[in-house]
Design a protein around this ligand. Structure first.
Ligand code: ATP
Ligand code: ZN
Ligand code: MG
Length: 403
């Protein structure tokens, strides 16, 4: 994983069609999952070609062929759906956006970055994370009478499979491995590590993966608990979920973590109910954004699905307008303003109701929807927009986090 290795080679390929910045961004982000020998793929500014950075030892023929197959499926994405904006809040703070928040938080000792997509935090960062979580929880309970819940951080593969996760995001899954229940294998593992300098993993055939996974989307663990219930009246649940996504080399401070926290709201009922909750969620987001005094938009969006199914699934999502995203402007590494997804508002139709067997009024499979707020991204957004001068923060927030 040495990115300063000068033995990298490169080649350029023409894209099968010219792509816009949105598809270009998806190609670049997903390129870390194409081949162990491909460091990254960069799309040219004009959207017509791609530069492939290859690691030493690659079979160039094979790497080219894989690249072409990947690009072939990625360029099928149809974009240019009209983006509808439902919420557009403007902050009162007139100071500039702050670049380099992650580094500054580490420098101040408020955050520790373990380097693999995990962070520890304390002081104002912890207080802010808690405040975002508490405030959204309160808003959900007053607006929707949402019941507080709690779910485990691990989830079994059958549940994930039922949720369709392996079909849409197979690259992001994390399986839990254990040493096999074998006296000799366990002893071998123990002995190897008792005198080694670094950790030594058990040999491959001494690890078994029985289908326990780390949960990759906050709402999934709730659906098995709804099985067999009927929701004549709609019901909302809310909790703080611990979420894990294998983002490979795309990890980047609070922006893109392997392990993060999501304040989740799930709503269950008939179609009218879930649509009304989704509509009522918009002013709630607005209230949250104005409480933290941040520029924020809610707009139509699509999921970053795995390459081979991306075009079809994105098309379906965009045409049905089932995903809205909470976008908060931030500064990219080059100082330009980019929209960061800090939450999503989703309708699932009766997908989970059917798969997990829970119903609404007339015995039909219930419909569901969810709102997930990425706590760490809200923290990053707030520090980006108010910086480190306490007086720029809204009083109600400042009084909690800087004391
Ligand atoms: P992205 O396109 O940035 O990968 P996503 O579409 O995968 O986001 P969702 O599946 O909608 O994100 O997840 C809900 C929220 O969780 C996101 O809006 C974001 O705030 C947060 N989130 C998602 N992935 C990460 C991550 N790797 N690190 C931190 N927060 C994340
Ligand atoms: Zn969800
Ligand atoms: Mg993602």
């Amino acid at each position: 994983m040495n990115t300063h290795n000068h033995n990298f080679s490169e080649f350029v390929v023409d894209l099968p069609r010219e792509v816009d910045r949105e598809v270009a961004g998806d190609i670049e982000k997903e390129s870390v999952f194409v081949s162990p020998f491909i460091e990254r793929i960069h799309v040219s500014q004009d959207g017509r070609s791609a530069r492939v950075v290859v690691r030493p030892g690659a079979d160039l023929e094979e790497t080219r062929e894989k690249t072409n197959r990947f690009l072939g499926v990625m360029v099928r994405q149809i974009t240019g759906f009209e983006i509808k904006v439902f919420v557009d809040t403007k902050r009162k703070d007139t100071g500039p956006y702050y670049a380099g928040v992650n580094d500054e938080l580490v420098k101040r000792g408020w955050m520790h970055d373990y380097g693999k997509g995990q962070v520890a935090y304390s002081g104002p960062v912890l207080k802010l994370a808690k405040l975002i979580n508490d405030k959204s929880g309160e808003l959900y309970s007053s607006a929707f009478a949402a019941k507080e819940a709690h779910f485990p951080a691990m989830i079994d593969a059958d549940t994930l499979h039922k949720c369709g996760y392996f079909d849409s995001h197979p690259n992001a899954v994390t399986f839990v491995g254990n040493v096999i229940e074998d006296f000799d294998a366990i002893e071998e593992f123990r002995r190897a590590n008792s005198c080694s300098e670094g950790a030594l993993m058990p040999q491959q055939d001494h690890i078994h993966i029985d289908g326990m996974c780390l949960n990759p989307a906050a709402c999934f663990p709730c659906y098995p608990t709804l099985a067999g219930q009927s929701f004549d009246e709609g019901q909302c649940y809310t909790w703080l979920g611990r979420v894990f996504r294998y983002e490979s080399r795309n990890i980047n401070g609070l922006d893109r973590l392997y392990e993060f926290n999501v304040r989740e709201l799930v709503f269950v009922g008939d179609e009218d109910f879930v649509r009304s909750v989704r509509a009522k969620a918009l002013p709630v987001v607005e209230q949250l954004a104005s409480f933290f005094d941040i520029d924020c938009q809610v707009q139509t969006a699509t999921d970053p699905f795995f390459a081979t199914v991306s075009a079809a699934k994105k098309f379906w999502q965009a045409s049905q307008e089932v995903k809205n995203e909470i976008k908060i402007p931030a500064l990219g590494n080059d100082g330009s303003v980019k929209q960061r997804a800090c939450g999503s508002i989703n309708l699932h139709g009766n997908f989970f109701g059917k798969r997990f067997g829970f119903t609404c009024k007339n015995g039909e499979p219930a419909q569901t929807g969810c709102v997930g707020l990425g706590i760490e991204r809200w923290v990053l957004a707030a520090f980006t927009q108010h910086g480190f001068d306490e007086m720029r923060w809204p009083e109600a927030v400042r009084n909690v986090i800087f004391t």
